[in-house]
Design a binder for this molecule. Structure first.
Ligand SMILES: Cc1ncc(COP(=O)(O)O)c(C=O)c1O
Length: 355
């Protein structure tokens, strides 16, 4: 189905005020947003309009009962300077998976991708051209019905905002394997990209940071020993030549980078095993010299190389070299910028803005 998206543009873009060599993280937003309302059981009035604050009723249900979900993805420029999206349909599918878990309405996947394309086409001049830079896109949905009472809301907003992001210089990161707090358990909301998952992670992450770690490494909620994922990344280990990543157990996020890295690794001839892996197994591999690499995967950072994992007064050291992680990161970046062929057809072209 073709959707008619109404577009009203700003009189003058703010892009000229942006220093592309020094983009502040997460605080710069482009001129426009895509917005659509859910009323009377359907999504209506898809439109692109100047980015602005949205009046919120104090009884808006998202504020009280937490019906709020989001996605994160990036638009990059290819070698001819045309914008491309990385696997946007995957984000559309995951948004609807999250919506289903949180009792929220499906958002039409074709409208999701069309809204993204038209917004990105309009905001093309905001896409940083430097290697490793991108336009970060944040689609999200929340309940804006004013109502006190515990039930699914009947009014929602779906919005996409965009924020230019400079290159991410990956320093090796330190993780804190968390045994007291947990992120998720099968049957809960961990597999959904629900705002509340992140709220619950804030305090443990602050504590880990105060102890000198960059992010929390979440362990399973029952035995507190099986590795799940990192704050905003999935995790991979290379042990004795094999790549191991925690299997999807209903509690971890189905990362689009995770899925792509698994496909890429297999394409490059590696054996990739999705299974349970305990923190003790990783410690043992570090002790006996078979822990060759550990890296996180996610939209924001691509690949983040892990230097060490602290837990229970102990520390797991990881080798300083990450040849496989580095190779995968380079290949992913080259696919995203069109420098090499895209063997999986992951990239989706964005047509230039209509005249
Ligand atoms: C909890 C969590 N795990 C994993 C990921 C990585 O997912 P993706 O590769 O789709 O960005 C993210 C980021 O969205 C996340 O927030």
């Amino acid at each position: 189905m073709k959707y008619e998206i109404k577009i009203s543009k700003v009189d003058k873009s703010r892009v000229d005020a942006l220093d592309f060599n020094n983009i502040p993280l997460g605080t710069t937003f482009t001129d426009h947003m895509f917005i659509c309302d859910f009323e009377n059981g359907q999504w209506v009035n898809p439109r692109i309009e100047p980015l602005a604050t949205i009046p919120t009723h104090p009884a808006a249900m998202a504020l009280h009962y937490g019906q709020a979900i989001f996605e994160g993805m990036k638009a990059t420029l290819d070698s001819e300077g045309n914008p491309r999206l990385f696997r946007p349909t995957k984000n559309a599918e995951r948004l609807n998976f999250s919506a289903d878990r949180m009792g929220m309405p499906d958002f039409p996947e074709t409208l999701f991708v069309e809204g993204l394309k038209q917004l990105v086409a309009l905001e093309k001049s905001w896409i940083p051209p430097q290697d490793g830079s991108a336009l970060y896109l944040r689609p999200f949905m929340y309940a804006d019905e004013p109502f006190i009472g515990m039930r699914a809301a009947t009014h929602y907003k779906f919005i996409i905002i965009a924020s230019p992001a400079g290159p991410f210089f990956s320093k090796r990161i330190k993780l804190w394997a968390e045994r007291k707090y947990i992120r998720a358990v099968a049957g809960g909301t961990g597999e959904a990209k629900a705002a509340g998952n992140y709220a619950a992670a804030i305090r443990p992450t602050e504590l880990a940071k105060a102890s000198g770690y960059d992010q929390v490494l979440w362990l399973d909620a029952v035995e507190h020993k099986y590795i799940q994922e990192v704050g905003t990344m999935n995790i991979f280990f290379k042990i004795a030549g094999k790549i191991i990543t925690p299997k999807r157990d209903g509690a971890i996020l189905d990362g689009i980078t995770r899925n792509s890295v698994i496909e890429l690794l297999k394409h490059k001839g590696f054996e990739v095993i999705e299974r349970s892996i305990s923190i003790d197994e990783v410690k043992e591999a570090s002790n006996n010299g078979t822990l060759e690499e550990a890296f996180g995967t996610g939209t924001a950072v691509g690949i983040a190389y892990i230097q060490e994992i602290g837990f229970d007064g102990d520390v797991i050291h990881v080798s300083n070299e990450s040849p496989v992680g580095l190779d995968i990161n380079n290949t992913l970046n080259e696919i995203k910028t069109g420098k090499i062929e895209d063997p999986f057809n992951w990239m989706v072209k964005v047509e230039n803005e209509r005249a």
